[in-house]
Design a protein around this ligand. Sequence first.
Ligand SMILES: [Zn+2]
Ligand SMILES: [Zn+2]
Length: 557
Amino acid sequence: MNNKEIAHQFSLLSKLMDIHGENSFKSTTYSVTAYKIGQLTVDLQTLSEENIFKINGIGETIGKKILEILSTGKLKILEDLISKTPDGILEMLKIKGIGPKKISLIWKEMGIENIGELLYACNENRLLLYKGFGKKTQQNVIESIEFYLKQQGSFLFAQVETLGADLEIFLQKLFSSKEIKSTGDFARHAETVDMLEYVIPFSSKVILEKFEPLEEFEFLEKNEESILYKYNDGIKIKIYFTEKNSLLKKLFETTGSAAFVSAFEIKFPAIDFQKINNEKEIFEQAQIQYIAPYLRENESVIEVAEKHQIPQVIEPGDIKGIIHCHSNWSDGVNTLEQLAKACIKSGKEYLVISDHSKAASYAQGLNESQIKEQHLLVDELNEKLNPFKIFKSIESDILNDGSLDYSNSVLSTFDLVIASVHSNLKMNEDKAMMRLLKAIENPYTTILGHMTGRLLLSRKGFPVDYKKIIDACVANNVVIEINAHPRRLDMRWQWISYALSKNVLLSIDPDAHSIPEFDNTRYGVLVAQKAMVTKRNNLSSFTLNEFENFLKRKQSI
Ligand SMILES: [Zn+2]
Ligand SMILES: [Zn+2]
């Protein structure tokens, strides 16, 4: 064990003591010790016990701890603290811009336990409510978390969408071949992507030579079918190399999931790829409907294509209204009027304003009198902006016992209510189901918001029996949100086909906290396409007229 490693243990000890709010005098001593050990010119492990105690500034207590580390490799008091600290908090120490004292506050007061949750909280401006966190700190934290996550190698689809498309064009130019296409998870619009993949109709030798001078591509490894690079120190890029005449075959094999590709090959063993000029012809030869890359997940889609029953799926342009949007009345950044005008400018017919409810104090949830005030303002704006319409809504917390956040008399003043869980997210399935089912059965609930509370790449979400939830939504005429925030995409697309089979209405909602986040709907649409959602299945595709009729029907039930 060298000095650097010993110093690291003292430094970590000091930080964890600060995080746990333990004796700050001792913690300072350990941090000074770490510094001193780092400065020593003599290697501690070569010294006798006696000589260690003789070092200037190292007394009895510290000396004993150094000996403990040298003989066991560990420090008991540090191990105890580590075991009391969630992994996500330990990881937070790697983020520049937040020291142990801030981490302590983030953990103990904001209830945030990992980096992903922290990033989401920054995006919701939640840090600004605490002492010592200004706009600048928050921005720095966002940037260092994004940098850190980039090093970890997994990305949200939204984070790499532009890069993935740009690289396709770049590679087409580099190899003067229009046939180069993206493949794999990215081509299937997966919610998260670990690498961008492309098929290139050249030999590995040619490809290696072409990439050699490109500094942004760092060579990682090569096997018999592909070469792996790291792009700009971030995402991995996999290049499949292939003969020119097997390009389409390779593309087909690497685009679909393994389950889809093998089921297809078993069903249609006689496809002659040599006779094919483009991907569509593969399906023509099989005499089935074209299956777009984003649908090539489950083998069951093949049967649907055989019956020519793949519908015209929803497109981003089919979204007619912004449902689920936060203004500066709670934790959003824009005024109601700015939001409404931005909707009008982007061709939307209506806006459902749904700020946080009073229990969400961290997000400045609205109390009863603020609701009254906001409704007056909505009435005023509606007069001014007619025929555009703002609907009065709220994202009501589903409280710990499953009830909504206001009395019935207040709830009845909204045009519609979105009910979501934001607190006590750590619960077992029984508890989660009790809260959700009770909220769904509440006659004031119109839409069930982000069903599991998951945050992609950071929080799994609480466990639910999704079929039971969908059944309850059908029975109670509750719409299920597809929260389109690229970090949520909740309910997940894999559950949508069951919902569609039960004829439940879905709603692709941006959960926007600012005007640019209206564009979140795009990511909701992309995952909805994977489940063959049509615009008729989606509430936010309803025209203003249809939306008003929907509300009337709901209120008359
Ligand atoms: Zn929410
Ligand atoms: Zn929200």
